[in-house]
Design a binder for this molecule. Structure first.
Ligand code: ATP
Ligand code: RIB
Length: 310
């Protein structure tokens, strides 16, 4: 089989991850329980997840000419991500994220500064049109300007490329974007923010998914953390439970693992339901390791896991 071909529009940022028993309150200093700097950014994490899962991946982004920019290039080079569409900006820094990871639950809270990637423009996307047109799947998020995401989705769909929008972080966005989305993949919080519908109940989650479809997305795929994911759209409505994981180490980047894996399976021609299961396996493996991009599993690990949990 030809390798799946995916273009990712999004950020690279350096993740500065602090472990602590809880978040400090304002004015308080708290002793931490560990610190690590590693590669992150939703776009780059999804690119690494997809590349390790076996796809040929090109990244469209902007980074600075600094040490975090060097980290980005090393990260992509290790996993064979095509960087020919990456712009190195001499006048802006590579972004960074403050990440709090709870030692109690593995859950996280994040502040992200997109740095040079905040300057990604529709022109940057148009410069990548040839590469996007040749891809099977185009995926983007909201860590770069929304108009840039819209232009990427629009261009990709105009070439018959399957489009995936992971609308994270949650931002106010007009309905026009959904017509360009084959799949929109918020988590519960993002789905609630986008639709104004409370997603605390199963009924609410389904209503939010239906709302995204009514606004023009062909399919809504809402991730529900350790509960799983809800797919609603052209192939009906399906709840796919998450795989059971005995020891969760760090859930940061679970959504990126899921989206990267999902994109690969769709690009390989699997059904949406099979793709959700594949993405869930990638995410279940990633939450068992610390970090974001470094926690993404290889294709051999994914296939072994799926065979063992069939
Ligand atoms: P993040 O923002 O931390 O990257 P997210 O909030 O975007 O993640 P989630 O909905 O938390 O995404 O998780 C995405 C998918 O990852 C879930 O649909 C599920 O398949 C898997 N997952 C998440 N947490 C767990 C867990 N504790 N055990 C097993 N699978 C999990
Ligand atoms: O989804 C996780 C990612 O969100 C982290 O790597 C952090 O960089 C933020 O962008």
């Amino acid at each position: 089989m030809d390798r799946a071909d995916i273009v990712v529009l999004g950020t690279f940022v350096a993740d500065l991850a602090f472990k602590a028993d809880r978040l400090p309150v304002v004015g308080e200093t708290l002793l931490g329980r560990g610190f690590a700097i590693g590669p992150g950014g939703k776009g780059s994490n999804q690119a690494i997840a997809a590349a390790r899962a076996g796809a040929r991946v090109a990244m469209v982004t902007r980074i600075g000419q600094d040490s975090f920019g060097d980290m980005a290039r090393q990260t992509w080079s290790r996993d064979g991500v095509d960087t020919s569409l990456v712009v190195a900006d001499p006048a802006a820094p590579t972004g960074a994220a403050f990440i709090f990871v709870s030692t109690q639950t593995g859950d996280n809270a994040i502040i992200i500064e997109s740095g040079a990637a905040a300057n990604l423009s529709p022109d940057d996307v148009r410069a990548a049109e040839g590469r996007i047109a040749a891809a099977k799947v185009f995926i983007t998020q909201f860590e770069q300007p929304i108009e840039t995401a819209i232009e990427g989705l629009r261009l990709a769909r105009s070439h018959g490329v399957t489009t995936v929008l992971n609308p994270a972080p949650a931002l106010a966005v007009g309905d026009a974007i959904y017509a360009h989305c084959d799949y929109v993949t918020p988590n519960e919080t993002e789905a609630a923010a986008l639709t104004g519908i409370d997603t605390a109940s199963d009924e609410g989650t389904l209503k939010a998914a239906a709302c995204l479809v009514a606004r023009g997305a062909r399919n809504a795929l809402i991730t529900l953390g350790s509960k799983g994911a809800l797919l609603h759209g052209m192939s009906g409505t399906h709840f796919v439970p998450a795989f059971h994981v005995s020891k969760v180490v760090d859930t940061t980047g679970a959504g990126d693992a899921f989206n990267g894996g999902f994109a690969v399976a769709i690009a390989e021609g699997r059904t949406p339901l099979e793709a959700v299961r594949f993405g869930s396996a990638v995410a279940a493996l990633s939450v068992q390791k610390p970090g974001t991009a470094p926690s993404m599993p290889t294709r051999a690990e994914i296939d072994t896991f799926l065979r063992a949990n069939g």
